[in-house]
Ligand binder design. Structure first.
Ligand code: ADP
Ligand code: MG
Ligand code: MG
Length: 258
């Protein structure tokens, strides 16, 4: 079992226009284990993407207080690629396009980056796994021969991110608005892919604006983030309640002014 803990996390970002710093996360606490799927919901601009980018280690997010622990070890000083090797995955973390690298080449390199020198995946095993996952996601073989993300439509990029997830098999996946801009069929395919990962060695943090995605990927725990903090945590039906009452209802209930 692997664990991911976020402790009293405070994060600032630089406002490049105004040359000032702004605190976005104001003490986030979150604990998850493999085997669990957590969802974070919350209004726009509340810091959800900031949290996922900070967990992954993107450089323009400055941690001013608190810690992020993976299996009890602080990862704050680790660069993005080291965090990926340790089992973290952020959908959207990869560059939009990489010239001259096919999707399949990229996937193999990413898988091998997580394996020791004497245990690289064989071409045969790689292709077998690739075929299986392409079929699951209803994707064509041709997608893997194309250059990474070059000329991919929005929906193809999303599917391709889920293909990366299935191939790389991280311990923890941070899935930030994987539902945005998807039609219902694509949403079902993406959800099927995530659900196929469920198991003792996999945990996911699903960030979404809308409850709809959670009809397809049932979370074990739902967190609500407002004003840079997690203000409520509960079981799956918390998402349904939110959908009904809106964030305003929760603001009133908790007496928040954010
Ligand atoms: P969410 O994902 O919940 O919609 P974000 O984490 O994207 O929220 O944004 C939180 C706040 O930080 C917002 O006020 C947003 O405008 C601001 N913000 C996010 N990224 C940047 C950035 N790179 N530069 C300046 N402000 C940013
Ligand atoms: Mg947003
Ligand atoms: Mg966001």
């Amino acid at each position: 079992m692997a664990t991911l803990e976020v402790k009293n996390l405070h994060v600032e970002i630089e406002d490049e226009e105004r040359k000032t710093k702004k605190e976005i996360l104001k003490g986030v606490n979150l604990e998850m284990k493999t085997g669990e799927i957590h969802a974070i919901m919350g209004p726009n601009g509340t810091g959800k993407s900031t949290l996922s980018q900070t967990i992954m280690g993107q450089s323009n997010y400055h941690v001013t207080q608190g810690d992020i622990l993976l299996n009890g070890e602080s990862i704050l000083e680790m660069p993005v690629d080291e965090r990926a090797r340790k089992g973290l995955f952020l959908a959207m973390q990869y560059p939009a396009e990489i010239q001259g690298v096919t999707n399949a080449e990229f996937l193999r390199a990413a898988i091998n980056a997580r394996r020791p020198e004497d245990d690289k995946i064989s071409v045969m095993d790689f292709l077998k796994e690739l075929d299986k996952n392409l079929e699951l996601l209803d994707m064509s073989q041709k997608m893997t021969e194309r250059y990474l993300n070059e000329g991919f439509s929005g929906g193809e990029k999303k599917r391709n991110e889920i293909l990366q997830l299935l191939m790389i098999k991280p311990n923890f996946a941070l899935l930030d608005e994987i539902d945005s801009g998807l039609d219902i069929d694509a949403l079902k395919v993406v959800s099927k892919g995530v659900n196929s990962m469920r198991g003792d060695n996999f945990g996911a943090l699903i960030i979404t604006h809308y409850q709809r995605l959670l009809n397809y990927i049932q979370p074990d725990v739902v967190h609500v983030m407002m004003g840079g903090r997690i203000v409520k945590t509960g079981p799956a039906d918390l998402a349904l309640k939110l959908e009904k009452e809106g964030y305003a209802g929760l603001r009133d209930e908790l007496g928040l002014d954010v």
